[in-house]
Design a protein around this ligand. Sequence first.
Ligand SMILES: *Cc1c(COP(=O)(O)O)cnc(C)c1O
Length: 273
Amino acid sequence: MTQPAMLEEAVITLPSDQEASGRSFGREEIEELVKVIESGTLTCTKGTACATLEKRFAELLGARYAIACASGSAAVHCAIAAVDPEPGDEIVTTPITDMGALAPILYQGAIPVFADVDPYTGNVTAATIARCLSPRTKAIVVTHLFGNPCEMEPIVELASKHGIPVLEDCAQAYLARQKGKHVGTYGAVGCFSLQQGKHITTGEGGLCVTNDPDVARRIRLFVNKAWGYGDANPDHYFLALNYRLTELQGAVALAQLAKLPSGVDQRRAWPTG
Ligand SMILES: *Cc1c(COP(=O)(O)O)cnc(C)c1O
C-alpha cells in the first residue's frame, strides 16, 4: 500500500537522547577520556577527574560539597543513608517519581509515605507533606518533576519546624532555580543523575551536593564501602556498598558539565506549545 505523498512528507525525525542525535558528545569528551586513559588510573580513589568534577559541580551550584556516585538512584540512596533511618521510620515522598528515588527508602529499612501532588505541577507541596508527618517521620524527599521546582521555601520552613531534613531529587532539574537559588541547595542534600536520558550524561552516574560537612562525609563513606579514606586509622565504619564513579565516567562528565548551561538554555528556548 502506498502512503499519500502529504503524509510521507509530514514525518519528521526528532533528535533522540538515546543516541548521538540528541546528545552533545564531541572532541571535548574524547580529549578528557584520552587524558584519563593515558594516566593509567581509572579509579576515582586515586585519579583526579572525579575529584575535579565534584569541585566544579559544587561551584556551579553554589554548594560546599559535591560527591560523585554510580547513578541517580545511588545518589538518593546516599542521601537516605546519610539520614540513617531506624527500621520502620517513615520518609515522606512523592508518588510521581522514578523508582530509583523510592527503592533506596526501602533498602534502608524505612517506609515511604506518599504525599499528594498538586494537580497542576505534579509536585508535592508543604500542605500535602504536612498531612503526612508523624512522630516517626525521619526525612522528606521531594522530586522536582520535569525541571519544575517544588515550592521550596514553605517546604523547608515546615521541615525545619519539625527538625526533619529535606532531600531533593534534582535528576530532572539541573540548574533550575527558585528565587535565584539552585534546587539541590535548599535541602540537606541534592541528588542528580548522569544517566543517558538526563541533561548531561556519562551513560550512568550520579552526584550529591550538600553544605553540611558531616553529611558530606557520611555520603562519601557510603559511596566507598564506608572505608575512611584519608583517616589516620581507616576501617569499614558501617554497612555500605561500592557506589563509585569511574575516572572514565568522570572524564566524560567533566566535558559534559561545561555544556550543561547551554543545554539548559536550549531546552528553555524550545517552544512548549
Ligand atoms: C532518572 C531519575 C532517577 C534515577 O536516576 P538513575 O541514574 O537512573 O538511577 C531518580 N529520580 C528521578 C526523578 C529521575 O528522573
